[in-house]
Design a protein around this ligand. Sequence first.
Ligand code: HEM
Length: 424
Amino acid sequence: MSNHESSYVPKTRIEKWFDERLPLPRMVHSSFIDFPTPRNLNYMWTFGGILSFMLVVQIISGITLAMHYVPNDKMAFDSVEAIRRDVNFGWLLRNIHAVGASMFFLAVYLHIARGLYYGSYKAPREILWILGVIIFLLMMATGFMGYTLPWGQMSFWGVTVITNLFSAIPIVGESVVKWLWGGYSVSGVTLNRFFSLHYLLPFVLVGVVALHVWALHHVGQNNPTGIEIQTKSDSVPMGPYALMKDAYALFGFLLLYAWFVFFAPDYLGHADNYIEANPLSTPPHIVPEWYFLPFYAILRAIPSKLGGVIAMFASIVVLVFIPWLDTSRVKSAKYRPMFKYFLWAFFFTVIALGYLGGKPAEGTYVMWARIFTAYYFAFFLIIMPIVGLIETPLNLPRSITEAVLGKGGGALPGTVATAQAEKR
Ligand code: HEM
């Protein structure tokens, strides 16, 4: 996978025999133990590991739930209730999966924010970043279809609203919607196909995540300085250093996850989803899950239906182009005095849009949603290209080692670090 030397030495005869035929343990050792990680990584670099863990949790809990769930419009709602009440530890399984979706999105938003702050999308990590955007889209599709499955009021009406959006596409729109529904309205047929796809997509995700991690191991990790690894003293082996940090962060993340699972499993969901789907009664206020709210706000901010749909999709697709929209030669926002403030304003904008997406689309809420939507796009399309050209970045340290230990490596005279610093 990666280009560094491997320190793997098979210890037993069986290991040696295996290594000569299929060097899989060598590959794993090289990728996850020997892999050189920058010595200055902070906790924002632990979310990739947390996300990998969450993907496994969602797949295992999802497969087990599917053993009891019935993807039929007459039985789906009751089967979820039966899982919660009658299946041994079914309540736990369901909470792990439903809260898990929220925790997965929380982690992915922090992972993306880290990438934006430290410029991890810039060369040579463009493909790694674009694979990330594909992962994000797949996660959204999976989450959206998963929310349909309990067949509550919000499931049903959420799907109805979102799938209806496709009817805004000129000429083919109506046919696309019928094709998605498998009929003339959202029905058991829709539920069944969404279940099938909800089961399939996580495995597609696993494949794209494997490519993502492969690309990462090929180009190496970015770090808070945005300067690449130059000498051996700039990095430490992934095992045990980065792995221990990942494990520690995962533990903290699991505490929060467990708190929701055991004490507030429904806090992140909507109460109306405990009312069985009823096509004849529309809830007064249809809202998607919290993690879709910023995009829902963008959708509703645009007065035309087609315009709203285009803006909503564009707000994610624009991410693909940021490696080229950002014209700065410095990666990390830490050294970009002007860009940093625009970026924090962008983070605030996304949170504000999230808040507005959960409010009714009327009065001042719509006005604010329009202002924040304008800033969302201006940030990528105007601010990123221009600020990169006009801003004077702060002085960068000469190396990662210097950033950590100061000039001269901060080491005692006569040590290796000092000799390396002097050589530079
Ligand atoms: C299932 C979802 C995902 C998984 C399992 C995953 C996994 C990982 C892992 C293990 C790493 C290395 C550790 C780290 O830097 O935290 C990583 C790095 C990275 N990921 Fe992801 N990722 C996911 C989603 C995304 C998304 C949605 C994006 C962007 C849109 C993204 C962009 C990146 C970038 C740019 C890096 C390199 C960061 C750096 O070295 O500074 N990832 N990812």
